[in-house]
Design a protein around this ligand. Structure first.
Ligand code: BES
Ligand code: ZN
Ligand code: ZN
Length: 476
C-alpha cells in the first residue's frame, strides 16, 4: 500500500468535482465533453475501457457527506479493488482534486478494506492470493499523513480478520497470546501474558471454570500503550472476549448449525488487538490498556456442568445454568481486573449472545452501558461514520431480577427474552467504573462477502473504536 512513484497503472480512477480543476483539464477534450454530457444526464460515473486498460471517472458531490453516502463511496472503492483483482492487476492509480477529503478517504478505505483474502491454508496459496498490491493516491485534499493513518488502520482491521479466520487447530489460547506479543512488537505496545499458574493465583474462577473442559491451558493477556504525552490521565481499558472456540461445553451446540462459525468467538479480543495495533502504530496520544481472557469452551471429561458454582476473582459466586453462556464468565474476571487499573472508561467487545442478532440482525452491534451520555452518543456517532452501526439497549434493574440464583449470588442465565440485555446486566455486576458493552455476535462474522466486508471475520470494532477514540480523546 505504498505511495506513488510512477503513474504506470492500467486502472485509473479520477475523482472529479469541477471543470476548473487541473485533473479535469488534463483530460482530452473528448472525455471532458463526455463527462459533461453524462453529468447533464445525472450520471455520476463513467468508464472508458480499452483492451487491458480501464479509466473510471466519478463525479463527487461535495455537498453530500452523509454517512450513507460515504458508505457508497467505500463501496465504489471496493468495486475498483474487485475489478483490479479480477483482472490480475497489481496497482490502481486514484487521482482527485477539489474532492472533499471525506469522499477520497472513504473511497480509498473501501478499496483497501476490500483487498483482503485469507489464503493461508490453500496449498496453492500464492496463486489464489489477490494481485492488487499498490494503491497510488494523488489527491490534493487527502494528505500523505492521513493516507498513512488510513492504511495502518486498514492493516489493523485485516489483522483482526485474520485472527478471527484462524481455526482453533492453530489459534489456541496460548498461540493467540503469542500473536498479541508479535502485534505488540510490530506496532509498539507492551504485552504481558499471564499463564495458568498466575491465573490461579488471581483466583479467576470464571476463566478457569470455562477452561476445565479443555486440554489447552487458558491465558490472560495484558496489552498496554502508554505514550509520554497521553491526553487521558487515567487509562482507557478495552476488554475482548477471547473464546478461541465455543462448542457450548456440555450444553453442546448443535451442528450443523450454531457451532459451525464458532471460531469467531474471539472476535471481540481480536478487535481489541486491532485497536491496540492501530492506536500504537499511528502513535495516537492516548493511554490504552487491552485485556484478553482466552480459552476454548469444550465438553471435556472435567468440564463444568449445569448447577456448578464458580467463584469470580472478586468473590462473587455464580451458578452455571448453561455452559454455553461462557463468555460472561470469562469477561467477569477481566472486568474485575480492570477495577485495579483505575480506568477512565472501560469498553468490552464480545460475541456474546444470539439474542443480539435476533434484536438487530447483522446490521448493527448491540450496545449498552453505564458510561456518561456523551460516551454513548459518540460511540453511536462513530458507528455511523465508519458504518459499523450500533444500537443502544437499556440496562434496567428489572433484568437483574432474572439473574438471581437459588444457591449463589448470580446465575449465568437470564429469562427467555432479551438475552443480550440480561448478559449485559450480568457483566455490569463486575464494574465500578464508567463502562460500555458492545455485543458483536451479529456483526463479527459474515457468511457471504458484503462488499468490502469480506466473507468470514469482518474486523468489526476496530474502525468503530478507533474513530470513537480519535473524536473522544483528541477531539478531531
Ligand atoms: N458465542 C455465543 C454467542 C454467539 C451466537 C456468537 C451466535 C456469535 C453467533 C455465546 O457464547 C452463546 O452461546 N450464547 C448463548 C447464551 C445463552 C445460553 C444464554 C446464546 O446466545 O444462545
Ligand atoms: Zn457459548
Ligand atoms: Zn461464546
Amino acid at each position: 500500500m505504498a505511495k506513488q512513484k510512477s503513474n504506470e497503472s492500467n486502472i485509473t480512477v479520477v475523482l472529479w468535482n469541477n471543470e476548473k480543476s487541473a485533473v479535469f483539464k488534463s483530460l482530452s477534450k473528448e472525455i471532458q465533453q463526455h463527462l459533461q454530457e453524462e453529468r447533464k444526464n445525472k450520471r455520476d460515473s463513467v468508464v472508458i475501457q480499452s483492451p487491458g486498460k480501464w479509466e473510471y471517472f466519478f463525479f463527487a458531490d461535495n455537498g453530500d457527506l452523509s454517512p450513507r453516502t460515504l458508505e457508497k463511496w467505500r463501496s465504489k472503492g471496493n468495486d475498483i479493488q474487485s475489478l483490479a483483482n479480477g483482472n490480475k492487476q497489481k496497482s490502481v492509480l486514484v487521482k482527485g482534486e477539489g474532492v472533499d477529503e471525506k469522499i477520497s478517504y472513504a473511497f480509498a478505505e473501501g478499496m483497501a478494506l476490500g483487498n483482503y483474502k485469507f489464503t493461508k491454508y490453500y496449498t496453492n496459496a500464492k496463486e489464489r492470493a489477490l494481485s492488487l498490491e499498490q494503491m497510488y493516491i494523488q489527491d490534493t485534499h487527502l494528505s500523505e499523513a492521513k493516507q498513512r493513518e488510513l492504511f495502518t488502520l486498514v492493516n489493523a482491521t485485516h489483522l483482526t480478520r485474520t485472527l478471527v479466520n484462524e481455526p482453533v487447530s492453530y489459534l489456541t489460547a496460548e498461540k493467540f497470546s503469542q500473536e498479541m506479543v508479535s502485534a505488540g512488537k510490530e506496532a509498539g505496545f507492551t504485552v504481558k501474558v499471564l499463564r495458568k499458574k498466575q491465573i490461579e493465583s488471581l483466583k479467576m474462577g470464571g476463566l478457569l471454570g470455562v477452561n476445565k473442559g479443555s486440554i489447552d491451558p487458558p491465558t490472560f493477556t495484558i496489552m498496554e500503550y502508554k505514550p509520554a504525552k497521553a491526553k487521558n490521565k487515567k487509562p482507557l481499558v478495552l476488554i475482548g472476549k477471547g473464546v478461541v472456540f465455543d462448542t457450548g461445553g456440555l450444553s453442546l451446540k448443535p451442528t450443523p448449525g450454531s457451532m459451525d462459525e464458532m471460531k469467531c468467538d474471539m472476535a471481540g479480543a481480536a478487535a481489541v488487538v486491532g485497536v491496540m495495533y492501530a492506536v500504537a502504530a499511528n502513535k495516537l496520544p492516548i493511554h490504552v490498556i487491552g485485556l484478553v481472557p482466552a480459552t476454548d469452551n469444550r465438553p471435556g471429561m472435567n468440564a463444568i456442568v449445569p448447577q456448578d458454582v464458580l467463584t469470580i476473582s472478586d468473590g462473587t459466586t455464580v451458578e452455571v445454568m448453561n455452559t454455553d453462556a461462557e463468555g460472561r464468565l470469562i469477561l467477569a474476571d477481566a472486568l474485575v481486573y480492570a477495577q485495579k487499573l483505575n480506568p477512565d472508561l472501560v469498553i468490552d467487545l464480545a460475541t456474546l449472545t444470539g439474542a443480539a442478532i435476533r434484536a438487530v440482525g447483522t446490521y448493527a452491534s448491540a450496545v449498552m452501558g453505564t458510561a456518561p451520555e456523551r460516551v454513548m452518543r459518540e460511540i453511536s456517532q462513530a458507528g455511523l461514520e465508519v458504518w459499523e452501526r450500533t444500537q443502544e439497549f437499556p440496562l434496567w434493574s428489572d433484568y437483574a431480577e432474572e439473574l438471581k440464583s437459588d444457591v449463589a449470588d448470580l446465575k449465568n442465565l437470564g429469562g427467555g427474552n432479551a438475552g443480550h440485555i440480561s448478559a449485559g446486566k450480568f457483566l455490569e455486576h463486575f464494574t465500578n467504573y464508567p463502562w460500555v458493552h458492545i455485543d458483536i455476535a451479529g456483526t463479527a462474522w459474515s457468511n457471504q462477502s458484503q462488499g468490502y466486508r469480506s466473507k468470514g471475520g469482518t474486523g468489526v470494532g476496530v474502525r468503530l473504536l478507533y474513530q470513537f477514540l480519535v473524536k473522544y480523546y483528541l477531539g478531531k
